[in-house]
Design a protein around this ligand. Structure first.
Ligand code: MRU
Length: 342
């Protein structure tokens, strides 16, 4: 079966699989303007750090096309590229993707698109490689077979340019015949786990259950999980890792239960300019995502929602960080810098 394509450049448009509609509908959004791109990123039509990296790169090409159509000057174009780059703050990949192609703007749209295509190919290859590395590490640390794996949010092909990161490791383990069951945390409030990870598990034939986020600690402490694997939106120099809200609770439960909590990401998610997790900006989303569903309030009128979209897991609670460059165990001597591309 062909892999999911969350982000594609086709016929001069950025075509996004609309993840707000999954799993009920498979529809695509065609972006032609900076407003289209920024809106799609903010509404989570496209989401997941590596996928946002691709959007950052192609978004620069969209801005250049719009500049040509509408006769923007250099200053306006730079500001519009900045709007794409900063549409969401936590995943470093969005800015990284835009910054990677920006130096090529002087060479024209074709040069920017060629670089964006290269970024996509590299990301998919990185995901395949980190999945092999992560699966090897888990095999060497977890004795039980087959494995019961817990994951949080969605880190599959939908969240990347192909294959997946943490979910890519699960796919790799499944291909090796080593997965008994995946516990997919539902991932409040937008249900990336219940809607998207469950959809990807079903497509791949991977056995899974969806559990509420509040069940994760109990499932782990009851001995029902062998390893937890999550993705990352930004990995700081000291190994502290930002990921979907709820991740740190999973890490604490793994620590208490003595099972490994593994972080998997391409090296583009490692941000050596951020020293520690406390420096990472955590996106605060609309409180109504917490107090209402599909426009219907379920909290009392006037209730305020507190809705941080991410949290930071201290490196001390992470057993291993995996990128395509290798694996480090943060409590050892190895530095996160070893996980970045040479
Ligand atoms: O708000 P989202 O859905 O963009 O959050 C996504 C996550 O937290 C993912 O775990 C992370 O970006 C890694 S995706 C491979």
């Amino acid at each position: 079966m062909a892999d999911i394509e969350a982000v594609v450049w086709r016929d001069g448009e950025l075509v996004l699989l609309d993840q707000t509609q999954l799993p009920q509908l498979e529809t695509h959004l065609h972006c032609q303007s900076v407003d289209d791109v920024v809106d799609a990123v903010r509404r989570l039509v496209v989401r997941g750090a590596p996928a946002l990296g691709a959007v950052g790169a192609y978004g620069v090409a969209i801005a250049m096309q719009q500049a040509e159509r509408e006769g923007w000057d250099e200053q306006r174009l730079a500001a519009e590229v900045g709007r794409v780059r900063d549409a969401r703050p936590t995943a470093v990949n969005l800015a990284w993707g835009a910054d990677r192609v920006r130096p090529l703007m002087v060479d024209g749209i074709a040069a920017v698109l060629a670089e964006a295509d290269a970024l996509v190919a590299e990301d998919t290859a990185a995901n395949r490689e980190l999945s092999r590395i992560g699966a090897d590490w888990i095999e060497s640390r977890c004795a039980r077979r087959p494995l019961r794996v817990l994951t949080h949010c969605n880190t599959g092909a939908l969240a990347t340019t192909g294959w997946g990161t943490a979910f890519g490791i699960i796919r790799e383990l499944f291909e090796r015949g080593e997965v008994e069951l995946v516990y997919a945390d539902e991932t409040r409030p937008l249900l990336q786990g219940a809607r998207l990870t469950a959809w990807e598990c079903a497509r791949q034939g991977i056995p899974y259950v969806v559990q509420v986020d509040g069940a994760a600690a109990s499932t782990i402490l009851r001995g029902l999980v062998d390893v937890a694997v999550i993705g990352a939106d930004r990995i700081a120099r000291n190994g502290d890792t930002a990921n979907k809200i709820g991740s740190v609770g999973v890490a604490l439960a793994c620590h208490a239960a003595g099972i490994p909590f593994v972080v998997a990401a391409p090296s583009s998610t490692v941000d050596l300019s951020t020293e520690a997790g406390a420096e990472i900006e955590i996106e605060l989303r609309d409180g109504r995502e917490v107090t209402a569903w599909s426009g219907v309030d379920y909290a009392p009128a006037g209730a305020q929602g507190f809705n941080p979209a991410f949290d930071v897991t201290p490196a001390a609670y992470i057993a291993a960080i995996v990128t395509e460059q290798g694996v480090i165990e943060p409590d050892g001597d190895a530095s996160v810098a070893a996980l970045t591309a040479p």
